[in-house]
Design a protein around this ligand. Structure first.
Ligand code: ADP
Length: 182
């Protein structure tokens, strides 16, 4: 897996690879509101993590979110057989070309980072939430994700490293062209 670039004194790393292989305190899952698994990164995380991740998602659903996890919210489970210790499941917006898209996408990144910090986690890996099946344009998502991560890291020193893991070189390059990290 290749590290492309570092930002904010090494606190943000952009890389290309399979997020399920990241050795971090938490990998973020671009889940759907059912929390019952799906395609893309969601399917890969459940396949790599194994049945215990799904069992914990079921428990979260019945205890806290019987109608499903709303877009922008985040919840924590363990990571089963993955090298990571936890999974933070968040639901990105289905891109609708409305003002609410960016608000909800920013909420995903912010709530994942807040939850990780509150749980004492230091390292977190994000996929490019909503840019697959949910259709969010990669260039617009780069602006929203990078701005939100930067704002959080400046305000809160608890998270030591954020890894942005893209599936393909082209995806990472679009991010690098449009990101606004200082
Ligand atoms: P969403 O439904 O939120 O759009 P997807 O899983 O369809 O989520 O896609 C989000 C992004 O994650 C896409 O850019 C996709 O290429 C990427 N992706 C898919 N599988 C992986 C993986 N194993 N590791 C890292 N990124 C992945």
């Amino acid at each position: 897996m290749r590290a492309f670039r570092n930002f904010i004194g090494g606190r943000v790393t952009v890389k290309v690879g399979d997020i399920t292989r990241e050795d971090v305190d938490a990998v973020v899952n671009a889940a759907n509101s059912s929390l019952m698994g799906g395609g893309g990164v969601d399917g890969a995380i459940h396949r790599a993590g194994g049945p215990s991740v799904l069992a914990e998602c079921r428990a979260v659903r019945s205890r806290r979110y019987p109608d499903g996890l709303p877009a922008g919210e985040a919840v924590l489970t363990t990571a089963g057989r993955m090298r990571a210790r936890h999974v933070i499941h968040t639901v990105g917006p289905v891109y609708a070309n409305l003002g609410t898209d960016a608000v909800q996408l920013a909420a995903c990144y912010r709530n994942c980072l807040r939850l990780a910090a509150a749980e004492g986690l230091k390292t977190i890996a994000f996929p490019a939430i909503s840019t697959g099946i949910y259709g969010y344009p990669q260039d617009e998502a780069a602006v929203v994700s990078s701005r939100t991560i930067q704002e959080h890291l400046v305000e809160d020193s608890r998270i030591q490293q954020v890894r942005l893991v893209f599936f393909a070189d082209d995806d990472a390059n679009v991010f690098l062209r449009h990101q606004v990290l200082g």
